[in-house]
Design a protein around this ligand. Structure first.
Ligand SMILES: NC(=O)c1ccc[n+]([C@@H]2O[C@H](COP(=O)([O-])OP(=O)(O)OC[C@H]3O[C@@H](n4cnc5c(N)ncnc54)[C@H](OP(=O)(O)O)[C@@H]3O)[C@@H](O)[C@H]2O)c1
Length: 199
């Protein structure tokens, strides 16, 4: 697939690098596509990756990963330009108690928004395979085809994709994951993640 990232930090950089490694065409959308930091990221990502401005990256891709800090969401989305019909993956988190999912869905009404890759740290994304199984990636969205595409992108990089249903169900999952993080994160650190056993 042709994937753009908006933001090339911990999340955008790690997901883009891993998707490029398994053959997806990745364009890192950055405010500074010619920076030294980007040169190193491209070197680590291999021949399937390139860098561009946010707008150019979005124009040449079908799937867009929004990976900026909460306070930059509006500005980054306005830099992205026309998102009509694009599949927009939202991994952002608002730490002020508001919902990043609701915020992005209200700002981008003509894209197909899927909530994903937000229930663990970027360190888990870098290596989601554990002795006991794979890290669970909880997904949700209103468009089942778009959710299926993101599930497949999650599986491609070793995650266990779990479609939790509609945004209301995801809000409950996020509240539970947040509470568990408060207890288990301090015990096991940033590489702790959740797995879901099922038959
Ligand atoms: N870190 C984690 O483990 C983690 C886990 C789950 C969810 N999240 C969420 O994922 C999002 C990204 O986190 P992160 O850790 O990747 O953050 P980060 O390392 O700070 O990267 C954010 C990137 O956003 C870009 N950016 C900054 N200001 C911008 C602006 N005004 N307009 C457009 N782009 C801008 C920058 O890329 P350029 O310099 O290339 O433009 C920057 O590298 C956050 O909402 C965070 O809460 C993070």
């Amino acid at each position: 697939m042709k994937i753009a990232t908006i933001g090339s930090g911990n999340m955008g950089g790690t997901l883009g690098r891993r998707w490029a490694a398994v053959g997806h065409r990745v364009t890192f959308g950055s405010r500074e596509p010619n920076s030294e930091k980007m040169r190193l990221l491209l070197q680590a990502s291999g021949p399937q990756a390139e860098a561009a401005t946010i707008r150019e990256a979005v124009e040449r891709s079908d799937v867009i990963l929004l990976a900026v800090m909460a306070e930059d969401i509006e500005r980054a989305l306005s830099e992205a330009g026309d998102l009509k019909g694009k599949l927009l993956i939202n991994c952002t988190i608002c730490f002020d108690g508001t919902s990043a999912d609701a915020k992005v869905r209200s700002l981008v009404r003509d894209a197909r928004v899927v909530r994903a890759f937000h229930n663990f740290t970027w360190e888990v994304l870098a290596n989601p395979c554990y002795e006991g199984g794979r890290a669970a990636a909880f997904l949700s969205g209103d468009d089942p085809e778009a959710v299926a595409v993101v599930a497949s992108l999650a599986t491609d990089i070793g995650l266990d994709a779990i479609d939790v249903g509609d945004p209301e169900s995801m809000a409950k999952v996020e509240a539970a994951v947040g509470m568990l993080w408060g207890v288990l994160g301090s015990r096991f650190g940033r590489e702790y993640s959740l797995g879901v056993l099922r038959r």
